[in-house]
Design a protein around this ligand. Structure first.
Ligand code: TNX
Length: 511
């Protein structure tokens, strides 16, 4: 009997101890593992508690942000705070505002002030407010236990990005990924304040966007993929749904139609696009550089004009990507006038051109952007023509490169990219002779020859993506692998809670 009482006492004590450990209240904001690391974090030693009764007050223009935050808090805590529009600073709750006094923080910067009773977000634009919300969410668990109180350490964060372009690419042509997968990919980007998703919509193996004036592109050209699966495509309606989902998360979609090479899916769908007038067979292999549009047929340009017109009409972002890479079977004397003419088509539909670095061999029109992936000479040539550059060095930023020789998926033609190598480079010094003013920012492309489903996407993307986000957001002098890997390790439990199938690199001290 006495023993039993002692046992109960011991269990009770143990429980109490566990509860008090679980509910340890955070009071030092500087201890939070933010990625990307903010410009400045100051702690004030107290804490704010998020409760069911916490109200989100918003200025009118921030409706979207307010609803997003309420929805995210619902996912974490199982309750959805009320969102109320007001112009007056409230005494309690969370207040999202577009205010003066932060003009030095730019379009995407923000000030986040956490006091005992009130959290205030001040930004110049909704994009800044959205970024502040991501910072705030990183102070909370991804999913709270029922008995847990949601406490946030108090303090002040001032923050703004180093580069305006922080992107990732998804190749939906080699393997097709449906709308829900793309939305999940967008959520990954949003969580780390990335603001561009480049969709590689066409290649030799598949055409993935409905073009109403050329319907065979998708019915035939979209009907397979690498390895011979059934492929797929987005209707224009589905594409618009993706665009809207991205827009609500401050992410711009850049659609790519790769040409004049990487075009077998189109060439198989329409015989008249081939120089010999014969449609090619569909292709399910992984070779590159064997296909080309017929650059001296007029119908080719009528086709491109139709495609770009329809695509521009459903793309609110300012860019159309024209590919231009690895056109090994297009003669140089054909490639250059082709790119020159296609740039004009894009501009005539009100969009700016982006192309892989090869397009710098042509005469670039004003506002064209060159995406560096492999060739320093091309990129330098682009800058000499006043083009801006997006940095996607294959040996550093390609999400389809294997981590090491034991990786199950991925390629290694540009080398292995362990998590430290993916993190430790500077976009400004990667191409000699160009400077920061020439660079829009960075993009990490995921090519999908070897990647067939969401789990495999996640394995290649995590944990490298947060590192690319930090390279785009945080100044190079503030970045240091030994310090970063500790913060990254803390995000392991966030990946787990989000059911992200990530690569547990031995270089990161996961908990
Ligand atoms: C090169 S990068 C390509 C793609 C491949 C990729 C595989 C670039 C502009 N072209 O067609 O998918 O390598 O890593």
């Amino acid at each position: 009997m006495k023993n039993k009482a002692a046992l109960i006492f011991a269990i009770a004590l143990g429980l109490l101890f566990q509860i008090s450990c679980n509910t340890k209240i955070p009071t030092d904001l500087t201890k939070t593992s933010f990625i990307p690391v903010p410009v400045s974090v100051t702690a004030t030693g107290n804490s704010f508690e998020v409760r069911e009764s916490t109200i989100i007050f918003i200025q009118e223009e921030l409706q979207q942000n307010g609803e997003y935050l309420a929805n995210e808090l619902n996912k974490i805590a199982g309750f959805s705070p009320e969102v109320i529009t007001t112009d007056k600073l409230p005494a309690n709750g969370i207040y999202l505002s577009l205010s003066e006094g932060v003009s030095d923080l730019g379009d995407e910067g923000y000030k986040l002030t956490i006091d005992k009773k009130l959290i205030t977000i001040s930004a110049n634009k909704p994009a800044g407010c959205f970024n502040a919300i991501q910072t705030l969410l990183q102070t909370l668990p991804v999913k709270a236990n029922l008995d847990e109180t949601l406490e946030i350490a108090t303090g002040v964060i001032r923050d703004f990005p180093e580069f305006g372009y922080r992107g990732a690419m998804l190749d939906v042509a080699r393997h097709f990924f449906g709308v829900d997968d793309v939305k999940r990919y967008i959520d990954f980007l949003a969580a780390y304040k990335m603001n561009v998703l480049h969709l590689h919509l066409s290649d030799d193996q598949g055409w993935r966007i409905e073009i109403k004036s050329w319907p065979n592109l998708t019915t035939h050209g979209g009907s397979t993929q690498v390895g011979g699966g059934k492929g797929g495509f987005y209707s224009q309606e589905q594409y618009s749904e993706i665009v809207k989902y991205a827009q609500d998360r401050q992410i711009m979609i850049i659609p790519e139609i790769d040409m004049p090479g990487h075009t077998n899916a189109a060439l198989a769908s329409y015989a008249e696009l081939n120089c010999d007038g014969k449609a090619t067979e569909l292709y399910t292999g992984t070779e590159v550089g064997f296909s080309t549009f017929c650059t001296d047929k007029e119908i080719t340009y009528k086709f491109i004009d139709d495609v770009v017109r329809e695509l521009a009409a459903i793309t609110p972002g300012s860019y159309i990507h024209i590919g231009g890479d690895e056109s090994h079977v297009t003669k140089e004397e054909d490639y250059i006038p082709f790119v020159n003419r296609v740039q004009k088509i894009v501009v005539s539909h009100g969009k700016k051109v982006v192309g892989w670095d090869e397009i710098a061999n042509a005469t670039l029109v004003e506002n064209s952007t060159v995406q560096f992936w492999a060739d320093v000479k091309n990129t330098t040539m682009g800058v000499k023509q006043n083009a801006k550059v997006i940095m996607s060095p294959a040996s550093k930023a390609y999400l389809d490169m294997q981590y090491d020789s034991t990786s199950t998926f991925g390629l290694h033609w540009a080398g292995y990219i362990e998590v430290d190598a993916g993190y430790s480079w500077d976009p400004v010094t990667i191409v000699p002779g160009i400077s920061k003013e020439n660079i829009l920012g960075i993009e990490a492309p995921l090519w999908s020859e070897t990647v067939t489903n969401m789990d495999e996407i996640e394995y290649m993307v995590f944990p490298r993506l947060p590192g690319y986000a930090e390279i785009g957001w945080s100044a190079s002098e503030t970045r240091n692998w030994d310090e970063y890997k500790i913060r990254l390790a803390q995000h392991g439990k966030r990946f787990e809670a989000n059911k992200i199938d990530f690569y547990r690199s031995a270089l990161v001290p996961w908990e």
